[in-house]
Every structure is written in C-alpha cells, then in structure tokens.
Design a protein around this ligand. Structure first.
Ligand code: HEM
Length: 208
C-alpha cells in the first residue's frame, strides 16, 4: 500500500488526543466539570478534523503530492469518530443517559437540533465513503459529498450558538472554513493548479 508510513502517522496523530483526554479525565485533571470539558474538546476536535479533511484537496493541488489525498478518507472517518464520541460524552455526562432530560435540554439548547442535522449529514458521508458506494452512486456520490460544505455551515452555526459572547475562537474556525470554501471555486482552483505547475517547473529547471 502506498504511503503506508504516512497513513500510520496520521492514524496515531488522530488517536492520541482523545486517549490523552481520557487519561486526564481518569486522573481528575479536567477540572470541576470534566464531562463538559470532554464534550467541548471532542466537539472542537471534530470541527478541526473536518477542516483538515477539507484542506486535503487544495493541498494536493498546491503541492502536487498525492499523499494528501491518500489520508483524506481516513481523516473524514476520524472526524466522524470524534463526533460520535462528542455525542456519547454528551449523552453520558450531560444527560446522564436520561431520555426525559434530553427533551428538557432540547427546549433549553436549540443548537442541539443543528448539531443533530450536521451529525446525520456526517453519518451519510461516512457510510458512503467506501469504494462500493462510489461505484454504486456514480455521479450522485459527488453531489452527496459536496454537502460537506453545508454540514460545515451547520457545525459553525452550532458552535456559534454555544459560544455566543466569546466570538474570537469561532471567528478563526469560520475564517478557515470560508477560505477552504473559496479554494473550491473553479476559477481559484485552476489558478492554484497553474501556480503549482509553474513553481514545480521552476524548481525542476533550477535543479538541472
Ligand atoms: C446530535 C448531535 C450533537 C449534539 C447533541 C451536540 C452537543 C453539544 C453540546 C451540548 C455542546 C455544548 C457544550 C457546552 O455547553 O459547552 C456542543 C458544543 C460543540 N459541538 Fe456539538 N453536538 C452535536 C453535533 C456536533 C457536530 C456534528 C460537531 C462537529 C462536527 C459538533 C461540534 C461542536 C463544537 C465545535 C462545539 C463547541 C465547543 C466549544 O466551543 O468549546 N457538535 N455540542
């Protein structure tokens, strides 16, 4: 398999943060409300992984290195795993696995609906991220996977609703999302591709 070592490095890098947070929780190093800290960290981790996944195609276009694409699916699945853990931490630590508490919480925190919509979207992308689905869905696969930008919008709205007054961190995530979205605009994508071709031609000449 190509890029085996690179894939393993990415796997370990994505696995370590939740293991470390779990260890911190175990050793009472997460403060007075460890459950909430875990929910927040896993949510931010999932959003970060979503943005990193979306950066893989532009990076491949910019550098010409196909290693970025080789780890794109893995990163997307890691994003989904973090979301599943975010949801589980919410169900266990915030709701105490109490269904009635969920109904009360839904009235108190409507941003959970937005998060749930994003979760359903990510679930659909995770289920159809294999080769069989790519073949089976044909052109519809691309349209479906373009919905990732809508999902990103929902996640940013979900986060905005949570942080509200403290906007600084949110602005960084939203700016990264808008930049990545802009890089998908065909006119900009073509320019980046030409720029990378010109740079690699210049580098080849300087080595000759
Ligand atoms: C059913 C689905 C979801 C539920 C029930 C849920 C629940 C929550 C809750 C309760 C919080 C706030 C915790 C607090 O009070 O600090 C939160 C925050 C957050 N969630 Fe979700 N969420 C869901 C889906 C998602 C998804 C799909 C993502 C990302 C891909 C995500 C990313 C975030 C982020 C970034 C925050 C803000 C964390 C912070 O600023 O510290 N959530 N979520």
């Amino acid at each position: 398999m190509r890029y085996r070592l690179w894939r393993i490095v990415v796997f370990i890098a994505a696995l370590l943060p939740p293991l470390f947070w779990l260890y911190q929780g175990w050793t009472f190093a997460l403060g007075a409300d460890p459950g909430k800290v875990l929910v927040d960290r896993l949510g931010l981790g999932a959003l970060t992984l979503l943005l990193i996944t979306l950066a893989m195609t532009p990076l491949q276009r910019l550098t010409g290195w196909s290693g970025w694409i080789a780890v794109r699916r893995q990163l997307g699945l890691w994003c989904f795993s973090y979301v599943a853990l975010h949801l589980s931490a919410y169900a266990v630590f915030v709701l105490g696995l109490d269904g009635a508490q969920l109904l009360i919480d839904l009235r108190k925190r409507p941003y959970i609906f937005v998060g749930a919509l994003a979760f359903i979207g990510l679930l659909a992308l995770a289920i159809t991220s294999n080769r069989f689905s790519v073949r089976k869905l044909g052109k519809r696969w691309k349209s479906l996977h373009r919905a990732v930008y809508l999902i990103l919008g929902l996640v940013l709205l979900h986060m905005l609703w949570v942080v509200r007054a403290d906007l600084e961190e949110w602005v960084w995530y939203a700016t990264a999302g808008v930049l990545l979205l802009m890089l998908r605009i065909p006119a900009i994508a073509i320019r980046i591709h030409r720029l990378s071709l010109r740079t690699s031609e210049r580098m080849t000449k300087s080595f000759q």
